[in-house]
Every structure is written in structure tokens, then in C-alpha cells.
Ligand binder design. Structure first.
Ligand code: AHR
Length: 503
């Protein structure tokens, strides 16, 4: 057993918990839309074909914002094909995923779904095969009140009130060789600037996200962001980050420390944004939109070029283990820790495709293991994120990362605190000794743990609730005149959440 220590002081805050930090992502890919959120033939579908069992889990997950319709899909998408009378919509080819797109679900169906899910929409425009004009037409259709070509078309389609969509992504992963309509940083930076200028003229309230690198391993990471922002810094509000993590037989220690990689990635993008701000003598500080993050067992995916044309094929339906849930919990801690700059984050994706929620046509939707740390964090990370710097040993001989990571939030209204802790050591239990600089004594009202044992267990159609949070009593709270102490036992490879209320 090893010991790590940390001090939590309510006066040392990072930022208010950003409400949009608990977002997700619905792409026209595999069975995320068709057979996922929308399946008219399913017994749980409502009159509009939306699966109510999925909607129930989406609300339980606590998703605050949902990005749509892609992803790679958006770079070849014609939004016009997905609106208007269903019987007149064309069946088209989705070149991103070599899929047949029936277009029976489009913008207006997504907006109806997101209202039912209590989630804010975040729309991506196609800057792969299309450009400024088509992005403006879509914005006019979505947000302009009426009396013009595209706003009247929306009204003719039965949607009288404008959708008033605030968040817009200017394309998707435009640096990627896999992207339809890939661009150089100069081409994309100019296009993003011009699209942003025009979109703001139509609706000055929009918030715009420019594409950063597709991931931190791209050879142009850093220089892509710098060049793109050189062109569009003054016209956009956010730059995007995407990251997928994967365990391989060789990298377990590194995988368990994925949150350290995420920390470094975020801090690198912040530095690049602020470098451009300095060059431009700009007082504005750009925020980050981490609009795709998750675990993805990508090495099991054959690649787009090897797919057979099909409608709603089973694509990347990864089944997550208890160990994966621990890592997802720790990635959420990294996002919380950077809440002064990361304003939006989207777990990719929402249903079936590398997702917290799984469906099959013949049963109710179920929760994957990774559902649990997300739902618990979204529910209990309240108020302000506190600064915590744990001190302790590394996660073992093969790891540079600290064995224990800690994050904390505090609701200033009630004084209630939530502590998140992860033990990344592969074999040793840890003891976390927390010093709490609070005037009032605190008592533990909930302590749950994920992982610790049966790390390869998964949830499945047959055993949907095999992995979930377990209650723990492995903590001791003390109170002295100067504050409180809390010792928490952390099993090896585990994620814990403790809720503390003032007495
Ligand atoms: O989420 C799956 C894919 O991953 C998205 O379409 C793309 O943006 C990313 O490469």
C-alpha cells in the first residue's frame, strides 16, 4: 500500500463547472442514428420513430449538448437531402463510411430529438465538399425567422419557429487524409474565417468552433492550430480537439495514464492559442471545444476503404470493460481540471458507435461500463472546480504518471463538495490522505467505486448491469479546529467518487 496526499481549499478555484462539459455526439455513422436514437419499428419507439428507452438513458447520462451530424460524415453531406417530406428525400451515398444514407432522419428530426433529450444542439457544417454559401443557407434555414428562401422552406416543412441553434462547428478534422475535402492549414484557415464572417452576418449570436488537429499525433499538430488561427482568430470562439485512447498488449501503464496525455494535449493547444493572441495583441482568449473524446479500439477497425456498402452497418461497436470505465472517469477529471479553458466537451459517440449506450432491435437499451463515470460526474460535479495538486509515488516502474489523481468541485451555495480520485497503479492499493481547509466539518454522504476488481468485466445484452458503481465505506473523516481530514482507500485500477456535505 502506498500513500498520496493532497490539500483542498475552497478559496483556490479554477472556474465554474462549464455546463457544456458533459456533451456527446450523434453522427450518421453505423447504428448511431438508424437503429440507435431512431428506430420506428422498435416497440419502444414513439410516434416519430424516436426510441424512448434510449432517450431515458440519455437523460440519465446527463448529456448537456449533442454535436450532429458528424464527424467525417458531415464532409460529404448535403443537409437539404435530410429535410422536407420524407417520401421526397433521396437515398444517397455516404462516402465517409461507405454507407447508404436513407435521409429519413435529418435536421428537423434531430432538433425534435434534442428537445426531448434536454440537450443543446451543436451543428457541424460541411466545409469538405461545400463552402460558405451552403453553410449560410443552412444557418438561414435553421435560425432566420422567415420571409426568405430558406427560412420559408423551413416553415413550409412544418417548423414555424426558428431553431435558434447557437453552437456551430466549421467542418470536421480538415487536416485528416481520410477527410473528404481535406485542406491545408492555409486553405482551411481562410475558409473558416470567411464562413465565420458570413455566418455572423446572418446571426450574430452564433458561437463558432474552428477545427484544430484531428489528434495530438498528427505531424502538423501545433503548426496547424497556429496557421489556422492566424487566419480566423478574430472570427471564431473555440478551437476543437479530438482524442481517442486505446489499450494495447504493450501499453497498459500508458493507457491507464491517458488523462496525463489529455492534460498535455489541452495545455499545448492553450499555449498555441495564446501565442496567436499575443502575436495579434488580442485581449480575447479562445476557449477549447474537446468535441470528440473517448476510448476507441481503433486497431480492430478495418478502415473506411475496406467497408462494404450497406445501410446502418455495425461499425465500431466497441464493448467497454470495467478498466475502460476507470480511464473514462479519469479523462473527465482532466476535463474538469481545465475548465478555465475547455468550455465544451463531447463524449464520442452517444449510441452504439463507441458509445456509452447500446441498443439491439429486440430488447431495451443498456448502459455500457463507461456510462457510469460520465453520469456520476455530470450529476455531481457542481459549482466550482477546485485546484488540487496531489503528491505521491508514480503508478509503477513503467509509468511517469502519478499513481493517484484527484479532482474536486464545490457548490458555493451549499458548501457540498465532490471528490473524484483515481488509482492508476496496476497492483497496489493506495491511501489518499486529504486535508480539507473548510470551516465546517464535512461528512461523507456517498462513496462509490468503479473498477478495483473484475477489470475485464463488461455489460452486454445478456448481462446489462454486471458492471456498475459499488458503494464503499473505505474512508475515515476527522475534524480538528483548522479543518477536516479524509483518508480514502483506493483499490488498484479504480475510480472513486465521494460526496461530502457540511454537517
Ligand atoms: O467518431 C468517429 C470518427 O472519429 C469521426 O467521424 C471523426 O471525426 C473521427 O475521426
Amino acid at each position: 500500500m502506498f500513500t498520496s496526499t493532497a490539500t483542498i481549499d475552497p478559496d483556490f478555484t479554477i472556474a465554474a463547472v462549464p455546463p457544456r462539459l458533459f456533451g456527446s455526439f450523434v453522427e450518421h455513422m453505423g447504428r448511431c442514428v438508424y437503429g440507435g436514437i431512431y428506430e420506428p419499428d422498435h416497440p419502444a419507439a414513439d410516434a416519430d420513430g424516436l426510441r424512448t428507452d434510449v432517450l431515458k438513458l440519455v437523460k440519465e447520462l446527463g448529456v448537456s449538448v449533442v454535436r450532429y451530424p458528424g464527424g467525417n460524415f458531415v464532409s460529404g453531406y448535403r443537409w437539404e437531402d435530410g429535410v422536407g417530406p420524407r417520401e421526397q428525400r433521396p437515398v444517397t451515398l455516404d462516402t465517409a463510411w461507405r454507407s447508404i444514407e436513407p435521409n429519413t432522419f435529418g435536421l428537423n428530426e434531430f432538433m425534435a430529438w434534442s428537445r426531448q433529450a434536454d440537450a443543446e444542439p451543436m451543428l457541424a457544417v460541411n466545409l469538405g465538399t461545400r463552402g460558405v454559401e451552403e453553410a449560410c443557407n443552412l444557418l438561414e434555414y435553421a435560425n432566420f425567422p422567415g420571409g426568405t428562401r430558406y427560412s420559408d422552406l423551413r416553415v413550409a416543412h412544418g417548423v414555424r419557429e426558428p431553431h435558434d441553434i447557437r453552437l456551430w462547428c466549421l467542418g470536421n478534422e480538415m487536416d485528416g487524409h481520410w477527410q473528404i475535402g481535406q485542406k491545408t492549414a492555409t486553405e482551411y484557415g481562410r475558409l473558416a474565417a470567411e464562413t465565420a464572417k458570413a455566418m455572423r452576418r446572418i446571426d450574430p449570436r452564433v458561437e463558432l468552433v474552428a477545427c484544430g488537429s484531428s489528434n495530438e499525433r498528427m505531424p502538423t499538430f501545433g503548426s496547424w492550430e497556429a496557421e489556422v488561427l492566424d487566419h480566423c482568430y478574430d472570427y471564431v470562439d473555440y478551437i476543437s480537439l479530438h482524442a481517442y485512447f486505446e489499450q494495447t498488449p504493450q501499453n497498459r501503464a500508458q493507457f491507464l495514464a491517458s488523462a496525463s496525455t489529455m492534460d498535455r494535449f489541452i495545455e499545448g493547444v492553450v499555449a498555441t492559442c495564446d501565442h496567436i493572441a499575443a502575436k495579434k495583441r488580442s485581449p480575447r482568449r479562445l476557449k477549447l471545444s474537446f468535441d470528440e473524446w473517448n476510448l476507441w479500439y481503433e486497431s480492430r477497425f478495418a478502415g473506411q476503404d475496406n467497408l462494404e456498402w450497406a445501410q446502418a452497418p455495425r461499425l465500431i461497436e466497441d464493448e467497454y470493460t470495467a478498466e475502460d470505465a476507470v480511464v473514462v472517469g479519469s479523462l473527465l477529471m482532466s476535463l474538469l481540471r481545465h475548465s478555465d479553458r475547455v468550455a465544451i466537451a463531447c463524449l464520442a459517440q452517444l449510441v452504439n458507435v463507441i458509445a456509452p449506450i447500446r441498443t439491439e432491435p429486440d430488447t431495451d437499451a443498456w448502459r455500457q461500463t463507461i456510462f457510469h463515470p460520465f453520469a456520476l460526474t455530470a450529476r455531481h460535479a457542481r459549482g466550482e472546480v477546485l485546484r488540487v495538486d496531489p503528491v505521491g509515488p508514480t503508478a509503477g516502474p513503467h509509468s511517469d504518471a502519478p499513481a493517484v489523481d484527484v479532482a474536486a468541485t464545490r457548490d458555493p451555495e451549499t458548501g457540498a463538495m465532490t471528490v473524484f480520485a483515481v488509482n492508476r497503479h496496476e497492483t497496489e492499493p493506495g491511501l489518499l490522505e486529504l486535508k480539507l481547509h473548510t470551516d465546517e466539518p464535512l461528512r461523507v454522504v456517498e462513496h462509490v467505486v468503479l473498477g478495483g476488481d473484475d477489470l475485464l468485466a463488461t455489460n452486454s445484452k445478456r448481462l446489462p448491469d454486471r458492471v456498475g458503481p459499488r458503494s464503499s465505506t473505505d474512508h475515515t473523516a476527522t475534524h480538528a479546529g483548522t479543518g477536516s481530514g479524509l483518508s480514502i482507500g483506493l483499490p488498484p485500477v479504480s475510480w472513486s467518487l465521494l460526496r461530502l456535505d457540511p454537517h
